[in-house]
Ligand binder design. Structure first.
Ligand SMILES: *[C@@H]1O[C@H](CO)[C@@H](O)[C@H](O)[C@H]1NC(C)=O
Ligand SMILES: *[C@@H]1O[C@H](CO)[C@@H](O)[C@H](O)[C@H]1NC(C)=O
Ligand SMILES: *[C@@H]1O[C@H](CO)[C@@H](O)[C@H](O)[C@H]1NC(C)=O
Ligand SMILES: *[C@@H]1O[C@H](CO)[C@@H](O)[C@H](O)[C@H]1NC(C)=O
Length: 477
């Protein structure tokens, strides 16, 4: 389910009508022993052919105006590190993206970098392996012209700053000697609102609204494991600390973005709830047993003082109380979650991603009315015996299965009870892909889009210059 948690997976995305003649550049053939023998037999032919190709590769890659460019983003997340390798073209001075399988590949290794807090040097192993994966997909001649960036998110954000820096420095050592174009400040811990902005960018790019009227854009609500983000263009006044401005082409967007760290994320919130239950055990004068309304009854905890007693409405009330905590300190006109400013209404249409998507998919909810359906599905799930659930969902890992009572209640208390989204609101959809081309709603794609110059002075078109690139201008964040 949670894509963040799958170990070592190479994501292959649907083919998007590319001519096969372009494949060889991206998929660099690996020499295998069997092939080597055949090649030896045809040595002279191969050498001639090799030189021929070498010449053309150099000419094509270095000087051909429409040749491919490459860019790499490493997403250092809490549960693993995923490398994304992008290939794109410049046409008429503008980058042309395509996230089909010939132009986009990714690979993830677990655990995440934050797992190396006690032994930062070990972090180099997985980063090195991921860099090799990327190098296998990029012609050697293009490496030094291809950016590589590492962006770490919530898992690293929770570490002490000096530990973060030690781990980052280890990754920088790997990236500096990787052969890619790299600068030290390209390996950083990004903020939750950066992540929200990047997710917003890829969503609006996918839908086709990036570059258009700001008020016609689509907002994003993300529910991750360690943080949750709300990002959209609001016509209300937004205090500067919650407002970000980005430019895409000649359009400028002022965006509300906030990341609810700590208890914002689903896993973090569930942990916090359990912790507060444990505290109430320690403080209680009774039999020392408390009930957890967010876990189906019959589930056995390691800690005997907590008893699972699934009840959707009680769980919804408990999580709502948690999201409200600190609201009395709200220093703004309007706070919906804790003491954080949120605009009075979520304006326009929205996509709900990550765990909003995973939970909705798990319950097989209809696209329409999914919030009302979530209440029905959650009520039935939370009230079921744990042993029955295990029989009903034999393919779902227990640690994930155990989370769906909590997540269904948390989604309703966050979107409906706190942020005020009506249960029958058709403007909010759950999704993990968007647009005709079904582009994955992964913030790393947005980081790539936003870090690629939108205008590259014209060396293409009819009056192509065969040699040399033009000047590059960047209009970014
Ligand atoms: C941005 O550029 C496009 C075409 O290049 C033009 O049609 C559009 O009006 C411009 N928008 C603004 C806000 O200047
Ligand atoms: C007991 O209650 C107090 C006040 O609500 C709280 O600060 C504390 O963390 C709770 N737990 C323990 C173990 O004392
Ligand atoms: C769940 O709790 C509510 C009170 O919050 C109660 O009215 C309801 O009967 C409980 N449901 C079950 C199935 O026990
Ligand atoms: C590119 O353009 C900028 C601004 O117009 C100029 O300062 C810079 O020198 C140019 N670079 C090259 C390589 O021509």
């Amino acid at each position: 389910m949670k894509s963040e948690m799958e170990p070592l997976m190479v994501q292959i995305l649907p083919d998007l009508h590319r001519s096969s003649s372009t494949t060889y550049i991206f998929t660099k053939p690996k020499s295998k022993p069997a092939k080597a023998i055949i090649l030896l037999k045809a040595a002279s032919f191969a050498i001639t052919l090799g030189l021929f190709f070498l010449f053309f590769t150099i000419v094509l890659c270095e000087y051909w105006p429409s040749s491919f460019r490459y860019s790499v983003v490493i997403d250092a997340g809490s549960s693993g590190t995923r490398i994304h390798v992008f290939r794109y073209k410049i046409e008429s001075g503008k980058p042309v993206f395509d996230f089909g399988e010939e132009n986009y590949a990714s690979k993830k290794l677990s655990p995440g970098l934050s797992a190396y807090a006690d032994n930062p040097d070990q972090a180099s192993v997985s980063v090195t392996e991921l860099v090799e994966f990327a190098k296998g997909r990029i012609p050697n001649g293009r490496l030094k012209k291809s950016d590589i960036r590492l962006m770490a998110t919530a898992g690293m954000r929770l570490l002490e700053v000096d530990v973060q820096e030690q781990i980052l420095e280890v990754t920088r050592r790997v990236l500096r000697s990787s052969g890619f174009k790299f600068q030290d400040e390209w390996a950083t811990v990004i903020s939750g609102s950066d992540e929200g902005i990047y997710a917003w960018v890829v969503a609006n790019y996918a839908i086709g609204s990036l570059g258009g009227d700001p008020l016609q854009t689509t907002g994003i609500v993300e529910l991750g494991g360690a943080s949750a983000q709300v990002t959209f263009v609001s016509s209300e006044h937004v205090p500067p600390e919650f407002s970000r401005t980005i430019s895409y082409g000649n359009v400028s967007y002022t965006i509300y973005s906030h990341s609810f760290l700590n208890y914002g994320g689903q896993d973090a919130a569930q942990e916090k709830l359990l912790e507060s239950l444990q505290n109430s055990v320690a403080n209680s004068t009774g039999d020392g047993i408390v009930t957890d309304p967010c876990t189906p009854k019959g589930y056995i905890y390691d800690k005997k003082s907590i008893q699972a007693a699934g009840n959707f409405s009680k769980c919804r009330a408990a999580t709502f109380a948690m999201l409200k905590e600190g609201k009395e300190n709200c220093a703004y006109e309007h706070c919906s979650i804790g003491s954080t400013f949120t605009p009075t209404s979520l304006q326009g249409s929205f996509l709900a991603t990550e765990n909003f998507y995973h939970t909705s998919k798990f319950f097989e909810l209809e696209e329409q009315d999914w919030l009302s359906e979530m209440i029905l599905a959650g009520t039935s799930f939370c009230g079921e015996e744990w042993s029955n659930l295990k029989v009903k969902y034999p393919k779902t890992k227990e640690k994930y299965l155990n989370g769906y009572c909590f997540s269904s209640a948390y989604i309703i208390s966050m979107l409906h009870d706190s942020l005020g989204v009506p249960l029958d609101d058709e403007r909010i959809k759950y999704a993990n892909k968007a647009g005709e081309k079904e582009i994955p709603l992964d913030w790393a794609l947005g980081a790539f889009i936003l870090n690629t110059p939108t205008t590259i002075s014209d060396y293409g078109g009819k009056s192509r210059k065969m040699f040399g690139f033009g000047n590059e201008t960047k209009y970014k964040i």
